[in-house]
Design a protein around this ligand. Structure first.
Ligand code: URA
Length: 188
């Protein structure tokens, strides 16, 4: 089936492929520019996201916004989504079967958006999208070329709230992402 972003969101809203569809408050499909060159992919909605239906609006999201601002990236210009579109109870890690049930929606989002750069926010996203043995402490900020786009991973903003010492590395990674974005945009 050929989706548009609207029909994909509609199909996602009706999804009962895993039990989380029945326990969530709102679907958190994704938000931002549907033609973005830069896409961020987090793990799963938290409490604030479940309540609002928008990804990264809670404390972690507000910290992400600060990093975007610091490197002169406008949140309106990027697209932000998660591996899971529904909140796992008590913010537990996604189960492999939940990821398997949900990942097709993200794949379709990537197909429709055609970003040049995908940034995984945190280990769970990097392990799913870059490689299963991804080590976030060692491999954050590294670039991986995948088909038509570049991928990298940064610390999850929630990890930065727990350990603010990681913020310096996050800033360096975000600066490199901005530079890569500028390079890919001038290349065309
Ligand atoms: N953490 C995530 O991984 N995604 C969100 O949308 C919010 C918090």
């Amino acid at each position: 089936m050929e989706y548009t972003m609207e029909t994909l969101a509609q199909s996602c809203a009706e999804c009962q492929n895993c039990p989380l569809g029945a326990t969530r408050t709102n679907l958190v499909f994704g938000t931002g520019n549907p033609n973005a060159d830069l896409m961020f992919v987090g793990e799963a909605p938290g409490e604030q996201e479940d309540l609002s239906g928008i990804p990264f609006v809670g404390r972690a999201g507000q910290l992400l916004d600060k990093f975007l601002y610091a490197v002169d990236i406008d949140r309106k210009d990027v697209y932000i989504a998660n591996i899971l579109k529904c909140r796992p109870p008590k913010n537990r890690d996604p189960l492999p079967e939940e990821e398997d049930a949900c990942i097709g929606y993200l794949r379709e989002q990537v197909r429709l958006i055609k970003p040049k750069i995908i940034v995984c926010l945190g280990r769970i996203s990097a392990m799913r999208l870059i490689k299963p043995d991804f080590k976030i402490t060692k491999e954050h900020g590294m670039w991986f070329e995948k088909g038509t786009f570049f991928m990298t991973a940064v610390y999850h903003p929630a990890a930065l709230l727990r350990d603010p010492r990681k913020k310096e590395e996050m800033l360096e990674d975000m600066k490199a992402i901005k530079q890569k974005l500028d390079e890919t945009e001038t290349a065309n």
